[in-house]
Design a protein around this ligand. Structure first.
Ligand code: BG6
Length: 495
């Protein structure tokens, strides 16, 4: 049997998965739970109850989970003894999530599972409120209960407040775990170590030394059958309001006094609250919106956004955004943060680039002055690592003092001996089961992010902000280069 988790004081005995037959559960959550079991990170008595509307029994559910593991866990990781142990943890209950009476069955089922239950709502946010109220009516919101909410928490500030208020009526903030899966990624965690465990970076991390910061989240995928959802969201709500602003807040926050959830989240929210609002009058200088048109991806024709299945051909929704954000505080005064994110780009890249100021006095050949800045590249995807771009002398007797840029490269796969990098959901599920909220988003963070994004959206809606077309499979619109260049800066790939 699995070894009990050493930190198990607070460990949830059971996980109840609402929407257990949905895409997220089958593709991500159940494989992640299997991996936790394999790493002996679940307790011996941890049980998993799947809930969905379908008239299934535990045998059908177990069969579906078995199939999903075969599909989403690499064959060499699918240890059969662990799989048997994992499948035995499963149970299933057919449930209409909006039917209050039906929760009696859930309460009966959980009666002998122990009081500490984590409820994971892998469902549309529109029913979060009903589920929470039904859990309360069935007496399932006791102190040992936790509730995990998937994004999106609303589509603007007002709707997010409604969701937060409703959930907050039944569960205290300390019981609520709002997911932003980027916070579970290994390198995002590493940002905290990099910034606060290394004095050389800690001392340089401010506007005196950093000229600008770039955060890029480029995706290869397009809309993947989610046109209906995405067209109401756009890249601002789908990616900027959550993932990019979470990355920004981790890069920019002050050192927390401790590593506990509230110390970290207090500092993150201060950054979000210090973001300068955007005005309609300057929006075209600070923001570029794009939408992918027909193009080519990996040698194959790729349809534009408006030619995807189910498309509304008049849609003006952005699939790409590049923008300049400014943080109005002492540390970052005068240091812009450029964010860019797009769907159907040429490659999947998630990286943060810290551009340091060049030396104040340049003693090498003038034509090399443009080379003369250090950059710290923090790669999250596809491969995880950190590289410091340094300047060295070109080798060779005939090269004089010609400079070249060479990376001091830290590839985690090499330095840490190909340790398996866990999927973000593995870490987040584990931390929720352990009752550690530091990797989850607090209500005030969600609301500060919405406030800034809503204001930006209003600014572009009240202006003549154009929607630039870019070919599917490309780097995005030229206007994004023009925007950053106008401030005297360049995207990393052009440096
Ligand atoms: C999700 C968005 O939150 O993040 C998706 O809804 C996006 O549209 C995904 O594709 C990106 O996540 P990752 O981990 O693949 O970068």
């Amino acid at each position: 049997m699995a070894t009990a988790n050493p930190n198990s004081n607070n460990f949830s005995q059971s996980l109840v998965l609402f929407g257990a037959l949905g895409d997220l559960s089958l593709r991500k959550l159940l494989p992640a739970l299997f991996q936790l079991d394999k790493a002996n990170l679940l307790n011996d008595d941890t049980r998993i109850l799947g809930l969905a509307r379908k008239a299934y029994d535990v045998t059908d559910f177990t069969q579906d989970v078995d199939n999903t593991l075969a599909k989403f866990v690499a064959a060499d990781e699918l240890d059969s003894a662990v799989k048997q142990r994992f499948l035995q943890r499963l149970d299933y209950l057919q449930l209409d999530m909006q039917d209050t009476q039906a929760y009696t069955n859930l309460a009966n089922k959980l009666a002998d599972w122990g009081p500490d239950t984590t409820f994971y709502l892998a469902t549309p946010p529109s029913i979060f409120g009903d589920i929470c109220s039904n859990l309360k009516a069935a007496g399932l919101n006791g102190n040992g209960s936790r509730i995990v909410l998937e994004k999106p928490i609303g589509h603007d500030l007002d709707s997010s407040k409604v969701i937060n208020d409703t959930v907050g009526k039944y569960f205290a903030e300390e019981q609520i775990y709002r997911i932003d899966h980027y916070l579970g990624k290994e390198t995002v965690q590493n940002l905290i170590a990099l910034r606060f465990a290394n004095p050389i970076f800690a001392d340089l991390w401010n506007h005196d030394h950093i000229s600008y910061v770039e955060i890029t989240v480029a995706e290869e995928i397009g809309i993947e059958g989610r046109w209906g959802y995405f067209d109401h969201a756009g890249q601002m709500r789908d990616m900027v309001q959550n993932h990019l602003l979470q990355l920004l807040s981790l890069v920019a926050m002050e050192p927390p006094s401790r590593l506990d959830a509230d110390s970290i989240r207090n500092e993150k929210v201060r950054v979000l609250e210090a973001l300068k609002p955007m005005e309609s009058s300057s929006i075209n200088k600070y923001l570029v919106r794009g939408q992918y048109g027909d193009g080519e991806f990996k040698g194959q024709p790729a349809p534009g956004y408006l030619n995807e299945p189910d498309a509304n051909t008049a849609s003006q929704t952005e699939t790409y955004l590049a923008l300049r954000a400014d943080i109005a505080n002492w540390r970052w005064a005068g240091t812009p943060f450029y964010l860019r994110t797009g769907k159907r780009m040429s490659s999947k890249t998630t990286e943060i680039v810290i551009h340091f100021h060049p030396n104040r006095h340049h003693i090498f050949d003038d034509d090399q002055a443009a080379l003369a800045e250090n950059k710290l590249v923090i790669r999250l995807q596809p491969s995880e690592g950190i590289a410091l771009q340094t300047l060295t002398k070109e080798q060779g007797i005939d090269k004089g003092m010609r400079l070249r840029r060479d990376p001091l490269n830290l590839d985690f796969a090499q330095t840490q001996g190909n340790v398996r990098i866990p999927d973000a959901y593995e870490r987040l599920l584990l931390e929720a089961l352990k009752g550690n909220q530091s990797l989850f988003v607090r209500r005030d963070e969600v609301e500060a992010s919405w406030q800034w994004c809503d204001q930006m959206r209003a600014a572009w809606e009240n202006s003549d902000s154009p929607l630039h077309s870019y070919p599917a499979g490309s780097r995005g619109p030229q206007a994004a280069d023009d925007m950053i260049n106008a401030f005297g800066h360049r995207w990393y790939e052009h440096c």
